[in-house]
Design a protein around this ligand. Sequence first.
Ligand code: SR1
Ligand code: MG
Length: 390
Amino acid sequence: MGYRILETGDIPAYLRERGHWEDLDDIAVREVSDGNVNRVFLASDAAGTRSVALKQALPWVRVAGPSWPLSPDRANAEARAYEQLAKVAPDEIPAIHGYDPENYALVMEDLSDLEVLRTVLNAGASYGPHTSSQIGRLVARLAFSTSDFGMPSAERKALIAASVNPELCKITEDVVLSEPYIEHEHNHWHEGVADLAAQFRADVRLRTEVADLRHVFMTSAQSLLHGDLHSGSVMVGTREGAPVVRVFDPEFSFVGPIGFDLGLYWANALVSEERARTLGRLTDHADQLRLSWEAFESEFRALWPTRVDTFFDDAYLDRFLRKVWTESLGFAGTEIIRRIIGYAHLTDLTTLEDPVEASRRALLIGRELIVRRAELATPDDVRAVVATDR
Ligand code: SR1
Ligand code: MG
């Protein structure tokens, strides 16, 4: 039949055709699209005992419409990423019920009993003791298992080839790793940071450092990434009294630098901290970079003895982790900056009555993380950057 764009009214019959639903008299569907790029629908029965989510990639960026075409192939990248994640972190992703490559549609577990991490943080909740360590551990497991340490060389070359995701990588190369530093129609900002946006465009040192990170992003095939691990890609909540973390939306996945996943997570924690500071809220946000890094590092070290290539010795592990740390800081800086003066902004800041002070502080922290990343050796060093009066 070929690719067709599914509307709310098409979903019941589609789910039945695909074997995900039987009773068409007992299904209600609503669209809950929230991210920038795709459409998401939830289908449930009247008793509330059954539900599934359906995500479809459109041939354009959802929030921009047909004026920004984008191949729906990204759904293939997402399905592949879930396959890898299911091997190493099955309890931290949604259960996948099926993927339909013809319609670029994934049918998966309905996570609507959980909440998007960004939403709960914006409302004033804390991260809690588990979220960041689970994220750090998940990143370590995905990173190790798809690296040359965890995967035999030929299998890895096949993974690299299968996981190329050129259009989505190009979005990141553009909207994260270049546009905020040049004049571009995508860029916009609050007038209260216009001077900093201009300074950043004229900042030769910053531009060279961002160019370096951009080149790392383009060329460093360390491991399969989630590719867009911000706080809108994480759901949290409790089930049967236990804390639950689910990572979703890995459509930007490709084999790239591990620090890109950690950096995005850190950037969003740091921006959230600036929001909390503006609102005078006491939070645990300051701990999240350290907690996620420590969990990442200890899991990666725990997996190291299982490596498939023992030419890489323990001294090399130390060097490798240092590189990941440093690159993570740089990518965190770029993520912070693009979220304030680039294309896609964060509700953490945009919903503040006066976002200027938080935005200015975050921009300056972002710049510091980029240009001083090589000298910031520990989470405490980063804390000192964040704590500096600006
Ligand atoms: C055009 S897409 C802009 C952003 O939305 C996605 O969630 C990614 O973060 C991307 O950079
Ligand atoms: Mg997304």
